[in-house]
Design a protein around this ligand. Structure first.
Ligand code: ADP
Ligand code: MG
Length: 686
């Protein structure tokens, strides 16, 4: 249960004075629903204003506060030009106040002959000094423009001032919290207390120790969660699975394991032989051969008399894995089944039965396979493929709740920089496959402007005429899945006109599972030459004959995502090409990012650079999902502070595993503050 002291922070925004349904709606649009959200909605900078008795040339270009007396107005004869109010300052200079709309309001707030406090950017236009759309206040009535005004991320209908006021009101209700940061660290860094730090962050926007402290809080809560997860999982006894080599020995592989595959499999084997459940992250670029390593680990489990489960992020991938496993395992007597949301009625019942009575050895599927109703007779190993949609909280459910938790192997092709691995998978040991299977030629990548789309379509036509296959990925559209689908449909229509009706298949997120499978199967069988898709094909799908990848609106994708898309090609013998089509209005960062894609095929290098260019939230796409979604901490903060936070969290748990002491209690508060409620459930009682 959340400590009472935090309750005021979790009340809804409409508890603040003057916040009615209208304002609530605007705030919600910014993701601000509770006071805590308002408190952590920090300014990104500040407007500095200069207050001066009169205008002068050195003030040009600055945001000024002047006392002016309006003495005349001008309206162009057509009524179409701006409305102008001429006003005099104390030295008798004339300043023209310009309104492009709403002259009625200008007349009302600037009555002739009356002194007003006027603020805005002072510009020169020829000989004339101007302020466009100034803010106006009446002396002695209502708030005057501040010398320094924090700038907040806004939405239409909200002003910096309004948000600042709400933040101040929220701060007034915010309690002083017990200190969870180790006193020595606090002193060394010169950090202040939590409430004081928040107040200052609103008052004095920008970097500095205040912001660092707030970032540290988030990182600390995160690392403490990871350490608790690790502790809770290690405390339980799993089942040691030593294997016999009997099944894997009968496996008929057309190739040798790479050195890297061999090494990581040995690491996994070492873990699984222990009673403490394995917690291991397997990182390896797309195409590095993770599936085979997973297969060997699953056979190890089956040889030891246990069951294994393989979780895929999408239905398409689950079916592909299932097909591959059936092909390799049926002949050696290993029983493989599939379970997704689509299996219903009788088939579903029979799978559930098979899991309970042990007649299924390996289950492949989507999230359905870890639902409560699914009971395993003896689950020894859970493998999670392409992990980024399976977050900490789900890992928690899987490994910490079970009486005898299974060994856990998480595989990801998303190249995550080392520093971020710590915050995303801090509770796990890490293995990396850093070597590709032999015979791969690197994908050649080119960046092409969208004006040259017709040339790209020509090239595609030639590629298809020569018997090649290709992917065409349509840009993500901001608003909805519906518009993604519409863009993809339109592109498919155009390509069909050009290449022939039956040459082009289409998959998008709004299609039903079976529909997608039919198209994917036809593409894999070579019956369809071009697969037009939204990013549903992003992960895993394997069609070696497809050697051309075209990505429209490439600048809108994350680099890790582009890298994964590119990994769909370059899987067969032939030389592969990736064409990144860019929009017309590319920013410098956008240009640099695409250039990087052209330059390297090294996923980890791409990830490190993207992190540097854009910051961690966007790379991991976690800001929305809330999984380790930091509101304050940046990539640099994580790099600098995560190791400190990890060792502090570990130290705290070593001394006070139940978090019952003074600092332990404070740390609990911190976990609740960042809504790591599940983590608190892991704290050893007594
Ligand atoms: P990942 O899941 O890591 O993206 P996969 O496991 O799908 O990669 O492997 C990609 C392709 O490489 C598959 O077609 C697989 O059969 C093949 N492969 C895996 N290991 C080897 C190896 N050691 N030598 C040759 N080919 C391999
Ligand atoms: Mg894979």
């Amino acid at each position: 249960m959340r400590p009472e002291i935090l309750n005021p922070l979790f009340t809804e925004v409409d508890a603040l004075k003057g916040v009615g349904p209208q304002l609530t709606k605007l705030l919600n649009r910014l993701g601000l629903t509770r006071l805590i959200d308002v408190l952590y909605h920090l300014p990104t900078g500040a407007i500095e204003r200069v207050r001066a008795p009169a205008a002068n040339a050195p003030l040009l270009g600055r945001t000024v506060i002047l006392e002016l007396t309006p003495f005349d107005t001008r309206q162009s004869r057509s009524g179409r030009g701006p409305f102008r109010v001429l006003a005099a300052d104390g030295d008798g200079n004339t300043i023209t106040l310009i309104y492009f709309n709403n002259p009625g309001w200008a007349k009302k707030t600037l009555p002739m002959g009356e002194l007003r406090i006027v603020s805005g950017k002072l510009d020169a236009y020829g000989d004339e000094w101007q302020i466009v759309h100034p803010e106006v206040a009446e002396p002695g009535k209502g708030p005057e423009p501040a010398l320094r005004e924090p700038i907040y991320p806004l939405t239409e209908g909200l002003t910096n001032r309004r948000i600042g006021e709400l933040a101040a009101a929220a701060l007034e209700r915010a309690p002083e919290l017990p200190e969870w940061i180790e006193p020595g660290l606090l002193a060394r860094q010169g950090w202040r207390d939590w409430r004081g730090a928040l107040a200052e962050a609103h008052r004095e926007p920008g970097a500095g120790p205040t912001r660092k402290r707030l970032a540290y809080d988030e990182i600390f809560a995160n690392q403490l969660t990871m350490m608790l997860l690790r502790q809770a999982s290690r405390r339980k006894r799993g089942v040691p699975l030593a294997g016999t080599g009997e099944l894997s020995g009968r496996l008929d592989l057309p190739y040798e394991l790479t050195g890297a595959q061999r090494r990581v499999f040995e690491e996994i084997r070492g873990d699984m032989a222990q009673a403490a459940p394995m917690l291991r992250l397997l990182q390896g670029d797309v195409g590095s051969g993770k599936t085979l390593v997973a297969l060997l680990a699953m056979l190890l489990a089956v040889e030891s008399g246990a069951q294994a489960a393989l979780l895929a992020p999408t239905e398409i991938l689950a079916r592909q894995h299932h097909a591959t496993l059936l092909m390799q395992l049926d002949s050696i007597g290993v029983r493989v089944a599939i379970l997704t949301g689509r299996e219903k009625g009788r088939p579903r019942e029979s799978v559930l039965m098979g899991l309970t009575d042990g007649s299924i050895d390996i289950l492949v599927g989507t999230h359905a396979i870890f639902q409560e109703k699914v009971a395993y007779r003896n689950l020894g190993l859970a493998v999670i493929d392409e992990q980024h949609r399976f977050g900490v909280s789900q890992r928690l459910l899987l490994s910490a709740k079970a009486e005898r938790p299974p060994h856990l192997l998480v595989m990801t092709a998303t190249p995550i920089p080392r520093t971020l691995t710590l915050t995303q998978y801090g509770e796990m040991d890490v293995s990396r496959i850093d070597e590709m299977p032999p015979g791969r030629s690197p994908v050649e990548t080119r960046v092409i402007s969208e004006e040259r789309l017709p040339e790209v379509v020509d090239a595609l036509g030639r590629h298809v005429a020569a018997g090649g296959q290709a992917y065409w990925v349509c840009p993500l559209v901001e608003e909805s899945e519906k518009s993604d689908a519409a863009a993809a449909e339109e592109r498919a229509r155009v390509l069909r006109l050009r290449l022939g009706e039956d040459k082009v298949g289409l998959v998008h997120g709004r299609m039903k599972g079976p529909e997608k499978d039919v198209v994917m199967a036809r593409f894999a069988a070579g019956e369809v030459a071009v697969l037009v898709a939204t990013t549903v094909i992003e992960v895993g799908v394997d069609v070696p004959n497809s050697t051309l990848m075209i990505v429209e609106g490439a600048e809108r994708f994350g680099l890790a995502q582009l890298h994964q898309l590119r990994g769909r090609v370059g899987r067969g013998e032939g030389k592969s090409t990736c064409l990144l089509i860019r929009g017309a209005n590319l920013t410098d960062v956008g240009r640099a990012r695409l250039a990087l894609m052209r330059e390297t095929n090294d996923g980890f290098r791409i990830a490190e650079e993207d992190l540097r260019l854009r910051g961690p939230g966007e790379i991991l796409g976690t800001r929305q999902s809330g999984e380790a979604g930091f509101r304050v901490a940046t990539a640099e903060d994580v790099a600098e502070l995560a190791p400190v936070a990890t060792s502090d969290a570990q130290l705290l748990l070593d001394r006070d595993g139940g978090l019952a002491g003074e600092r332990g209690q404070a740390a609990r508060t911190c976990l609740y503050l960042f809504e790591r409620d599940q983590a608190v459930g892991l704290i050893r009682s007594g």
